[in-house]
Design a protein around this ligand. Structure first.
Ligand code: SF4
Ligand code: SF4
Length: 422
């Protein structure tokens, strides 16, 4: 029997309800069991050592609504940011999912997806490359936005669901052809799966900007998924395996002290790793650029993006890593007075890893608020430092029939540095 290690953490909750003000799921459903306080109450009612919880009678042993409450969470950390008692709510929920999957097994679709993430022979990149040749049979390009929508009815996807176009070349393929520049200072680059296999241009933009600043990005091929998606699904064994593989790569390159990523979720996951090599720092790209702001400000000079731009805080950047000022500094540098704050930039967009696919309706309701706030800002571009948010925001524009584009700040910066004026 697995012990459930969170009793002490659960005891910290004083049932004050402050988490209700910020939970996107609660805002849509108005149900107590959907907010952190309600979820923790339900989770607390299971004591694995006493409940006689066994594989054969798993459903019977759980209080009504337990699975639904534990499942309906974006792990957005909004509740944690607002909790004066510092309850580690997302860790408890992820651990509750782990406890449940240990007993009932992982959802078969997630199980196959995570096997691909870990398998080094029939691996995720090979699978995605095969998909890149076949995708046009079922999907078509969006006219105004990046991404694809379905051509024919497909289970689980409506005609507004946006998926990324699968590229034929991954970031690794481009880097194989790049010359190493020996006189630049090395920085270890952790691109994350989305940038590496779905949006390689985003990775090339980051590498280009770092080169302009005098840094050589080192991206070891042996890097794995950061593990965030497996952690969120309750598959702690896969999460541990992926972490250990990445730590091995970090140790192998321990002479490089800075590990940079352009993915908010990867950065959040990496900063939680135990046993990072000594003196090794994980930095979101906005943090890294802010550290080198004198040089960057000089490079940008008077160039400015001639488009109105707003910003969406990725939850894993703002609430997971407390990074709010650096991306704003960067966007002001890129756009000057064309940068405007939207209403509620801190609110989750409803992506939540695979939540947008598994809870489409709820995710869309949360996204509709974000699309309305973006519309009202009058921006032509919404920037966000998380590939998952960017995909979700693109879907938000498609559903709302809005024209604004979702872009990573690093791509806006790279374009500005490449051209005179965008
Ligand atoms: S804000 Fe924190 S302490 Fe208050 S009810 Fe929510 S989880 Fe409990
Ligand atoms: S992590 Fe987000 S969705 Fe989950 S309970 Fe907290 S605020 Fe709600």
């Amino acid at each position: 029997m697995t012990t459930f290690p969170w009793q002490q953490e659960l005891n910290k909750c004083v049932k004050c309800g402050a988490c209700m003000a910020v939970c996107p799921i609660y805002r849509q459903t108005g149900r107590e069991e959907m907010v952190a306080r309600g979820k923790l109450n339900l989770i607390e009612r299971i004591n694995p050592e006493e409940s006689g919880y066994k594989k054969s009678n798993a459903q019977d042993a759980l209080p009504p609504g337990w699975i639904e409450a534990v499942d309906n969470c974006l792990l957005c950390c909004s509740c944690e940011e607002n909790c004066s008692k510092g309850v580690k709510i997302t860790d408890i929920i992820a651990d509750a999912r782990h406890w449940q999957t240990e007993k009932q097994g992982l959802n078969p679709i997630k199980k196959s997806a995570f096997s691909l993430l870990k398998n080094q022979v029939f691996s995720l990149p090979r699978f995605l490359k095969a998909g890149s040749f076949l995708q046009w049979l079922l999907w078509r390009r969006l006219p105004r936005h990046s991404g694809l929508v379905r051509r024919l009815p497909l289970p689980g996807f409506d005609d507004k669901t946006v998926i990324p176009a699968l590229p034929k070349q991954h970031l690794d393929d481009y880097l194989k052809r790049q010359q190493s520049t020996m006189n630049l200072k090395p920085v270890l680059y952790f691109p994350g799966c989305a940038t590496r296999y779905l949006y390689p241009q985003m990775g090339l933009d980051l590498i280009y900007v770092l080169a302009q600043l005098g840094f050589q990005t080192v991206m070891p091929q042996e890097l794995n998924c950061c593990g965030m998606v497996t952690w969120g699904a309750g598959d702690q064994n896969s999460n541990q395996e992926l972490q250990q593989r990445n730590l091995e790569v970090f140790r192998k390159h321990s002479e490089i002290k800075e590990i940079v990523t352009g993915c908010a979720s990867c950065g959040h996951a990496l900063k939680e790793y135990d046993e990072l090599p000594e003196d090794c720092k994980i930095l979101d790209i906005s943090e890294f650029l802010f550290l080198h702001r004198d040089k960057l400000e000089e490079l940008v000079g008077a160039k400015k993006l001639d488009k109105k731009i707003t910003y969406h805080d990725p939850c894993h950047l703002r609430k997971g890593q407390e990074i709010t000022s650096q991306p704003r500094w960067l966007l002001k540098l890129i756009a000057g007075e064309n940068f405007v704050e939207m209403r509620h930039p801190e609110r989750c967009c409803g992506a939540g890893g695979t939540f947008g696919l598994s809870h489409k309706e709820l995710s869309r309701e949360i996204l509709a608020e974000k699309a309305r706030d973006t519309d009202d800002s009058g921006a032509e571009i919404i920037a966000s430092g998380c590939p998952g948010c960017l995909l979700q925001l693109t879907e938000g524009a498609v559903v709302a029939e809005s024209k604004w584009q979702a872009e990573h700040p690093i791509s806006l910066l790279a374009d500005l540095l490449r051209k005179d004026v965008r």
